[in-house]
Design a protein around this ligand. Structure first.
Ligand SMILES: Nc1ncnc2c1ncn2[C@@H]1O[C@H](COP(=O)(O)OP(=O)(O)OP(=O)(O)O)[C@@H](O)[C@H]1O
Ligand SMILES: Cc1ncc(C[n+]2csc(CCOP(=O)(O)O)c2C)c(N)n1
Ligand SMILES: [Mg+2]
Length: 312
């Protein structure tokens, strides 16, 4: 199979979607945004031995490529519309590509997003995804907007992906699933855009990502006892302090971390967003994040977070 047969294969598998004036096959796609909406665009590459390893099924790689990007749209409160897929491949392995497309297109379809173009080149494996979403004009939720006294809340549970990475082959299927088949919190993002003051998705680690929500002169108090943990994490990691390390420092959770006004109704927002929203702290005047626990001593050095250019 050559480049153009592969493009045809991808084109024949991509579902049609609304707002596509010109889709796969021309020099560029032409898209018709919804009147009254602003466009929200994002890109993230998925790299072998950084984000996934060679033993992963292709469908998991495809799903991760889509969901990691969708998570950034969720964090803006945006609704996904269109995707571009830039694949650099060492060779055309038809079975792998079919499995990759199974995962990618299933994630795209369930997010209501259409693949409208991309690129193919030969080289070391790299997967570049570019998404376009929409929000009603003026309603995107940025990282800026937190005020002292605001509540900090998180969707779902945190720490599972980090536990899967640290346990390796000993990780349970539930933990592995969180690493390999993350689900962007799109419904929660859309729900939260009317009340959130600031929002970010958890990719690098909770403390590292929380720091991006605080303006100069602002700090936060984080209640470690309140961090939501899955049953799988509680079973796999019995030591609470080790769990805190994974929950505050491990990344790849793809949950939403949100700053809400003090009177926000978390129960109602959880119901509307389709996922539990747990209060885990407050924004304060000052600087830095103070981690608190009523049950045990808090160790130093929690939550360093992921940095692609850290050497160790
Ligand atoms: N090469 C680049 N050129 C221009 N802007 C960039 C570049 N790399 C990152 N950025 C911008 O820097 C900001 C932070 O990027 P970063 O990749 O850390 O986002 P993130 O949401 O925290 O992480 P993730 O990669 O998990 O989505 C974003 O606005 C992004 O668009
Ligand atoms: C197989 C495997 N090895 C390591 C990690 C850890 N990891 C890689 S990138 C990243 C931050 C988010 O990336 P980005 O900023 O590029 O979105 C994290 C926490 C992983 N998830 N899978
Ligand atoms: Mg992000």
């Amino acid at each position: 199979m050559g480049e153009f047969e592969l493009i045809e294969r991808i084109r024949s598998r991509a579902a049609p979607g609304s707002g596509v004036v010109v889709g796969i096959g021309d020099d560029a796609a032409v898209l018709a945004p919804t009147p009254g909406c602003e466009l929200v665009v994002t890109t993230d590459s998925i790299v072998l031995d950084r984000h996934f390893t060679a033993d992963w099924p292709g469908s998991n790689v495809g799903q991760l490529a889509a969901q990691a990007n969708l998570s950034d749209l969720a964090a803006m409160g945006a609704s996904p519309r269109w995707a571009l897929l830039a694949l650099t491949l060492p060779a055309i392995d038809e079975a792998w590509i079919d499995a990759f497309l199974d995962g990618f297109l299933a994630a795209a379809g369930s997010a209501g997003m259409t693949l409208v173009g991309g690129n193919l080149a030969r080289g070391p494996l790299n997967i570049g995804v570019h998404l376009v979403g929409e929000v009603p004009a003026g309603q995107a939720v940025t990282r800026c907007g937190a005020r002292p006294g605001d509540r900090i809340a998180v969707t779902g549970t945190v720490g599972d992906a980090a536990a899967a990475l640290s346990l390796g082959e000993a990780a349970s299927p539930e933990l592995l699933d969180r690493l390999r088949r993350p689900r962007a919190r799109l419904q929660a993002g859309e729900t939260l855009r009317s009340s959130a003051r600031a929002m970010i998705d958890l990719s690098d680690g909770l403390l590292a990502d929380l720091a991006h929500l605080l303006a100069p002169g602002q700090g936060a108090e984080l209640d470690l006892d309140a961090l939501p943990a899955s049953a799988a994490l509680l079973e796999a990691v019995a030591d609470p302090v080790e769990r805190w390390r994974l929950q505050t420092g491990g990344g790849s959770d793809y949950e939403l971390l949100v700053v809400l006004p003090p009177d926000a109704d978390l129960d109602a927002l959880s119901k509307a967003g389709g996922v539990a929203l747990t209060a885990i702290g407050r924004v304060v005047e000052g600087q830095g994040v103070a981690c608190r626990s009523a049950t045990r001593a808090v160790p130093a050095g929690l939550g360093r977070g992921w940095d692609h250019f850290d050497d160790d």
